[in-house]
Design a protein around this ligand. Structure first.
Ligand code: SAJ
Length: 410
């Protein structure tokens, strides 16, 4: 089959490669001509383990090429970004423009799939009428589905194949065709809904996680107030068969959890909005902890600039937000995955007053507290992820501060 994948980002490109490696002829399109040029040369910027080799394999099959222009195909898969604007309102302009481009080449018998995360009703109320500008009718002349991507950055390849997949077709025929198509590589169960239910389900999943993290974060702040330790409380509470407290931390980053809940609530003052505010506010709490423990104009060394462990992705990273709040300090940044912050830890911590661990990258397991403290000027160590061993730092002479934990007053 000839498959057009629109948007060659962190979902579109691996998806295109999946189909190419399974023998389909795939044409990826993107507005970024540099990206298109690179794909056509077999040059890929993605650094996730295993993924680069997989993309190169796809390139070597000869089944994958890219273009800035859309071309007639059997199937169109939309994987474009759906960000929010400054007022937290969804920006669906990329979906609209992908829809218009497809409409310009759409033919009878085509299948169109929207994978981008969108507000409920988008497939039916926005995309369908745009596609019908072609003069063709959805359900009669062409098939249409929403099939949300649900893979976790850091394990994209594994999750693309192993995760269950949800298909929301506008009718049975659309869903059936999409199911057959995804069956070429999806090993998990494929289940069917209508488009709006599929859209809502994807948003419900990410909102569930965001709300649960907000609860963990609020409990962490309360633990500090009550001189106890959220990490111990969490461990104990999670022994209960029906309790699963998530991990608190310096905030919720990435391009999914800080964005998708806004597609559901759009400005009301309910629980979901409150939870977004709690998670966004955590970075201010970290800033306050740094300020309270570091002298004026002090040097602050920060470990981790990515939005979460073991990835190079910096989108909405709590560290990048924190930087905007730390004007009064001399900041040094380290991250083993982020190119511009990949340097020696020794160089970053030298003469630092305070060391802040923002991301629990696996590489930081090798840190030896005594060696780091020898290089630092001060002795303050702030762990926002419960990653370090507190006793090792304390024995080496650090003033060790764990987010969400204070010494009990017995
Ligand atoms: N985080 C916490 N505490 C936790 C879990 C995560 O503070 O207990 C933080 C992380 O450090 C990070 C942020 O939340 O800053 C988001 O990370 P994540 O691992 O929770 O999620 P994402 O954004 O990488 O991927 C999510 C996933 N959704 C769910 O697990 C419900 C993924 O399956 C989706 O495909 C993806 O969003 C997406 O594309 O929508």
């Amino acid at each position: 089959m000839r498959i057009s994948v629109i948007g060659l980002g962190y979902i579109g490109l691996p998806t295109a490669a999946m189909f190419a490696n399974r023998g389909h002829h795939v044409i990826g399109t993107d507005v970024d001509d540099k990206k298109v040029e690179n794909v056509n040369k077999g040059v890929f910027a993605i650094e996730e383990p295993g993924l680069l080799a997989f993309l190169r394999d796809a390139f070597n099959t000869g089944n994958l090429r890219a273009s800035v222009e859309i071309e007639p195909c059997d199937v169109f898969i939309i994987c474009v970004p759906t960000p929010i604007d400054d007022g937290n309102k969804p920006d669906l302009s990329y979906v609209e423009s992908a829809g218009k481009n497809i409409a310009s080449v759409l033919q009878k018998g085509n299948l169109v799939i929207l994978e981008s995360t969108v507000p409920p009703g988008t497939t039916i109320n926005l995309l369908k009428p745009i596609l019908e500008i072609s003069g063709l009718t959805a359900g009669k002349d062409f098939d249409l589905c929403h099939c949300p991507e649900r893979v976790m950055p850091g394990q994209i390849l594994k999750e693309l194949t192993e995760n269950r997949r949800l298909i929301g077709g506008i009718d049975t025929k659309s869903s059936k065709r999409a199911k057959e198509l995804y069956s070429t590589f999806v090993e998990g169960e494929i289940y069917i809904a209508d488009p709006t239910t599929a859209e809502f389900t994807k948003l419900a999943e990410n909102t569930f996680r965001d709300v649960n993290i907000a609860l963990a974060n609020e409990l962490a702040l309360l633990c500090e107030k009550h001189n106890t330790d959220i990490w111990k409380v969490r461990e104990m509470a999670n022994n209960h068969p029906r309790v699963d407290i998530h991990k608190p931390g310096p905030g919720v980053g990435g391009h999914c959890l800080p964005v998708d809940p806004w597609f559901l609530v759009n400005g009301d003052s309910g629980l979901i909005t409150k939870c977004r505010e709690i998670n966004d506010g955590m970075v201010e709490h970290v800033e306050a902890t740094i300020t309270a423990n570091t002298g004026q104009n002090g040097v602050v060394a920060i470990l981790g600039t990515a939005y979460k462990a073991n990835t190079e992705d910096k989108r909405n990273s709590p560290t990048m937000k924190l930087l905007g709040l730390l004007d009064d300090f001399d900041i040094r940044l380290h991250d083993p995955y982020v190119k511009e912050h990949r340097k020696s830890i020794d160089e970053v911590v030298e003469k630092a007053d305070t060391l802040v661990l923002m991301v629990d990258h696996r590489d930081y397991i090798d840190i030896v507290p005594a060696d780091i403290l020898k290089l630092m000027k001060g002795d303050v160590v702030i762990d926002t992820r419960n990653f370090f061993d507190p006793s090792e730092w304390k024995n080496a002479g650090a003033k060790y501060i764990l987010l969400g934990a204070r010494e009990p007053q017995i």
